[in-house]
Design a protein around this ligand. Structure first.
Ligand code: DGJ
Length: 545
């Protein structure tokens, strides 16, 4: 509610502000000088995305694959508004912008940026080019129909696949050239505003059906020396890919080839307009992956993150696209992509209710953002990966989370970088877990009555989730849904007398100002802090006695 009101106010003010800017004339120059580029910063193994020089948490949404067209945008914005998203990921297809070699048409990008500003959201562009889920369907016809100039991956038996080879030098040159043209245009139209905050380079790169490219170039690569950056990252001694990596050499050398290709595209784009860039992964099963080629071989899957980080230093991070509803699998993926050398951004996730709660676990893994896929009203559903239909009802559980988190987003991004954010999502089969905050522990349980100590049974729909943010010594912000939160003394201090000195319910406004509503006490605190279906935000002060 609060957010919608704020947004409508901005809608009213925006045209007036723009008129003011036009009258002053100088304003955009002033802004260009004063607003730093979006960037990802890393310190002490933690990461922060900064937009306009301030910590930024992506409460994102990705549109469907064929929604990146002017006439589809009216079906996009109502869903984004209902969701309370602050950032929208939209594809820009290579074939769409360069249908004829050397002739560019960025009119959709112009429309998109203008409308995103009108709707008060930021954008992440998705460069669908050499790879869109393994194949080149978004490449122009002059690329995808010219096998000689733009070679495809060769299988062990000599047949070819749909996937383009990362060893095709003309392919790299053509893709890089188009990407540079895109980034140049983007800098021209948005270099002073940064409506676009980040760019994904390619989409779910890799190849299904083969572990590597068995062309002569692929064979040669396998016998060539492993680059120094990969040796350093993996702690291996010098040798060829086959010598150093043995049975994994085919996949690892192929991962290096794709990452190196994408590195060259990203680096050239950053040279003209230095926005943060990343690559996303079609995941393998975290516990039973099967052989490469059964999953998208060479893409940034969890087993080759080291190779990707070494081969593609221009990428700020590699991201998981998580379409696994199971708690164990989902959180295993979060564990694997949240690393001191890799910021966690859930670049895509499913859009039905089961996935909504995972925004909290993502925050608990120091995530810089979360983005359900297919969030528009173009009447497409990618069920069984996601919801059967995208309606206001489908969007609701995600919207509730974003409505709760939006006013806290800057604070969460700031404190997360300091290691002061914890998060939990409701598991599938167990109903409680303990978070270690260092100074305190917190037991989070799901599916309990508000009164009394009955054991947790789990919620009927797995919607429970909690985020905890440390504000000061012994002071925490607690927010979430469908969960009970019980603070406890830290490890090794069981039995220590303590109490909830004060529990305030309130809300943050858009300037980060706290507005007190009431104190919780008595039944509201005796058995723990019971978060319900309401978007409640609590400030909790603890004390010992
Ligand atoms: C993952 C891809 O990255 C998306 O573009 C989309 O194809 C989804 N899979 C499936 O809907």
């Amino acid at each position: 509610m609060i957010i919608s009101a704020r947004r409508s106010l901005r809608h009213l003010l925006l045209p007036l502000l723009c008129m003011g800017v036009a009258t002053l004339g100088l304003a955009s120059t002033v802004q260009a000088a004063s607003t730093p580029l979006p960037r990802v910063v890393t310190a002490d193994g933690r990461h922060q995305l900064q937009v306009d020089g301030k910590p930024y948490l992506i409460l994102g949404a990705q549109v469907n694959n064929s929604s990146g067209w002017p006439q589809m945008l009216p079906a996009v914005w109502p869903a984004i508004e209902a969701l309370h998203a602050n950032t929208v990921q939209v594809p820009i297809g290579w074939g769409q912008v360069e249908p004829t070699r050397g002739q560019f048409d960025f009119s959709f990008l112009d429309t998109l940026v203008t409308q995103a500003r009108e709707h008060d959201v930021r954008l992440v562009l998705l460069w669908f080019a050499t790879w869109k889920n393994n194949g080149p369907n978004y490449a122009p016809s002059w690329v995808k129909l010219d096998n000689k100039r733009y070679p495809r991956v060769v299988k062990k038996d000599g047949s070819t696949l749909g996937s383009l080879s990362p060893l095709g030098t003309a392919t790299l040159e053509a893709d890089r050239n188009a990407f540079v043209a895109l980034m140049k245009h983007l800098r021209q139209i948005d270099g002073d505003r940064h409506t676009v905050i980040m760019v994904q380079v390619e989409n779910e790169s890799g190849t299904y059906g083969s572990d590597r490219d068995y062309s002569a170039a692929g064979d040669k690569l396998l016998q060539s020396p492993v680059p120094a950056a990969v040796l350093k990252k993996t702690g291996k001694s010098a040798g060829s890919w086959s010598q150093v990596f043995g049975k994994d050499a085919a996949e690892y050398s192929y991962a290096w080839a794709i990452a190196h290709y994408i590195e060259q595209v990203a680096a050239a784009g950053k040279a003209v307009y230095n926005l943060p860039m990343y690559a996303n992964a079609a995941l393998r099963d975290p516990f039973n992956p099967g052989p490469p080629g059964g999953y998208s071989s060479g893409g940034p899957t969890d087993n080759v993150i080291d190779i990707w980080r070494a081969a593609a230093p221009s990428l700020a991070f590699v991201s998981p696209d998580i379409y696994m509803r199971e708690y164990k699998k989902y959180t295993a993926v979060l564990d694997r992509y949240s690393r001191p050398d890799n910021a966690l951004f859930v670049a895509e996730t499913g859009n039905d209710t089961a996935y909504a709660r995972y925004v909290f676990a993502t925050l608990g893994h120091q995530g810089i953002g979360f983005s359900p896929f297919g969030m528009d009203y173009t009447r497409y559903s990618n069920w069984p990966l996601g919801a059967k239909a995208i309606t206001p009802e489908t969007i609701q559980p995600f919207a509730a989370n974003y409505e709760l988190l939006a006013p806290l987003a800057g604070l969460i991004a700031k404190q997360s970088f300091e290691g002061k954010v914890w998060g939990a999502s409701e598991p599938d089969d167990t109903h409680e877990e303990t978070l270690d905050l260092g100074d305190w522990r917190v037991q989070v349980s799901y599916g309990r009555p508000q009164f009394g100590m009955d054991p947790p049974k789990g919620n009927e729909q797995k919607l429970g989730g909690v985020v905890i943010v440390q504000l000061a010594t012994n002071e925490y912000l607690v927010a979430g849904y469908h969960a009970r939160v019980n603070f406890m003394p830290p490890k090794g201090h069981d039995g220590q007398h303590f109490l909830l000195e004060k529990v305030q319910e309130g809300r943050y406004d858009e300037n980060g100002q706290w507005h007190f509503i009431r104190e919780w006490n008595g039944d509201q605190t005796d058995y723990g802090l019971n978060l319900t279906s309401q978007p409640q935000v609590l400030r909790v002060k603890l004390a010992t006695y």
